[in-house]
Each structure stands twice: as C-alpha cells, then as structure tokens.
Design a protein. Sequence first.
Length: 417
Amino acid sequence: MTYALDLSAYSVSFYIPTGVLIAALAIKLPTIVRLWKDPLLRAVGGLLLIACCVFVFVTPSTIAWTNRVTGVPNISAPWVYSLLTAFCGSCLLLIIAWRNGLSDRSAQTRRAMRWVITVYSGVIVALWVLFAFADVPVERLRDLDTYYANTPYMREVILLYLLAHTVATVITSRLIWNWVRTDGLDAWLRWGLKFLGLGYASQLVFDAAKLTAVAARWTGHDLDRLSTVLAPPVACLSAILIAVGFILPHAGQYLHERRRLRLAYRELRPLYVLTRTVNGHGVPFLLRATPELRLTRRETFIRDMLLPLARHLDEDLRARSYDAALGLGFAPDRAKALAAAVAILDAVDAESREGGREEGRGPRREAMGDPDTTDLLREIGAVSRALRRPAVIGAVRARAAVTARAAGPAAVAPEVR
C-alpha cells in the first residue's frame, strides 16, 4: 500500500508536462487542421504528439500497466526509449526544415534529413533487437537504467538510447541558438526559439545525470539518485520549456493580432458615434461576431455614412483648418487628420440643418462641388483619433475662423496638402 501511494505521487510529477504538451497541441491543432497541406505544421503536430506519448508512457503507473498487459517484464523500456528516440529525430528534422525553409531542396539539406531518418530509425530497430537478447526478468519501474546498467545487451540498450538522445540534443541546441542570433526574426519567434533552446539545454542536464549514474554503476559506485531523483524533474522542466517554445510564436502572434483589432475597433468609436447621428442608428450587435467581422462592419458603416456627407464637405474650411493646425505646431499628417475632423463636424451640422429645412419644406443647400474623399475614407482611423481631442479641434476651428475673417470673402483658400 505504501509503495502504491509512493508510485502514485511519483507519477503526478509527469502530469504537469503532459498537460502543458497537450495544451500546446490543442492550441496548434486548429491551425494544423485548417492548413493540413502545410508539412511544417504537420511536423510540429507530430512532434508534440510524440512528446505527449513519451510522458504518458514514462510514468511508473503506465509502465506497470504496459508490462502487465503484454506479459513481458520491462517491455516498456524499449517502447519508451523508441518514443524518446523518435522524438529526438523529429526535433532534428523539424529544426532543419524550419531553419532552412521547406523550399530549400539543396543537396546538403536533403542529405542531412536522410541521415537523421536513417540513423534514428536504425537506433530504434537496434533497441528492440538488443532487448530481445537481454535477460531482464525483474520489473523495475523507476531505476531500470541503473539496475540493469551491467546486464549484457540491456547495458547496450541503455547506452544507445542515451547517446542518441545526447547527440540529437546537442545538435538541436546548436542549431536553435545559431538561429536565435540571426537578424530579422519576428520578436515572438525569437522568444519561442529562446524557450526551445533552454528546453533542449536542460535536456543535456538530464543526459548528464543519467550517464553519470550509469557510469557509476560500471565502476561499482552508487549514484542512482542522479537518475531517479534529479533526472525526472529536469525532464519535466525541459518538456514545459519546449512546449512553451512551440506555443509562444503562435499564441503571441494571435494575441497581438487580437489586441490590434480591439484597439482599431475602439479607435474608430468617436467617428462611428459621430456618423451614427446622420441616420439615427448604427451597426447591429452580433453576439458571435469575430473581432475581424466587427471591425470590418464598423469601418464599412463609417465609410457608407461619409459618402453622403461628402456633398457637405467645405474644402475651403478644410484647407484653412489644415493651415491652422500647422500653425499650432502639429505635424502634417496630424494636421491633415484634424482638418478632416473639422470638415466632417461641419458637414454633420450642415446635414442636420438641411434635414430640418426639408421637414419644413425650406430651401435645400446646394452641393459645393465634388470633393475628393479618397484620402478621407482611407484615413478614418487618424480622423477618429483626432475626434478624441475636442479641445484641440476647437483651437483649430477658432484659428481657422480668424484666418477666414482676416482673408476676407474674396480670398482663395489654398489646396489641402
């Protein structure tokens, strides 16, 4: 009973990295399904799936279950070692493809990939052949590596998987850290690579602990705690770091894009509220609408409302407001947005006055030419930001009014720059 409780507590430590890896796979899965033809995404999904399998089958409770179901003592050893070896080979293949790009069909890249597939497939086959010759009748759930360190054939199984894992970890770590130092990387990708680099670097600690404990058995010493106490938590930490490394670029870009959409949506609110007064209603709220759809609907509504307002745009007022904003020290782009905001406010007032006269059958205001609204419709975000500063707009309007009175009725307004 005490042993069972201890075994259960020992297994719990593996659940955390398993959960993180499953979460990473779940986050990646929609993109993998949507872009199934992308071999790089499929490779990432396969790698995360193998990593999940490693931590599922490496727990002592699962090891005991596998041995019991198959009826072969310690058959979990070559199975777990094979999964770990496949994970190492997949990491190397993924980093080579990811680093060089799938379009890279050079002889060097193809040769490197063939070498990885051949060597690590051969290691997996050798693990099973050697295990078939080994005599390992005593089931060991936690200390198999050190318990059978001196057993013929099983000794070679243990050494082979550790060396294969170490070589793959060293090469993968080097490739990742060389990649991190290159210029022009996206910030999220760079941080993801850093976490991957830390994850693989911590795997070297795992390998060192295991190899040291096994070598100590060869020389008649007992350093089993390195294998049974130090190595497992290091492996768990490594799995978490690697999972974060794969999640971060995708999740970071996703959150960055969502934040950009929310900010753009909120940024358009002042102009949206202003144009909504033209027809008295706005965009119907859709509960399940995506952020992209909500932003598109708001942009479309604003542009639809600005088009009929164009006939009321006073280009002279817009030009004077532009010069006034420049005179107040604003940069040209900011001055242009402030001038457009002043002109739109005046057009909304004109629309309201004309609507009142139409209700009273009064004279209709004639259109003042055919203003160019291309820039206005394209820069609605900048105009909406300008509307958030009513005090600034008031100062621009006042200065433009002073300029109009000083120029007199015969003055010709300059074109808006």
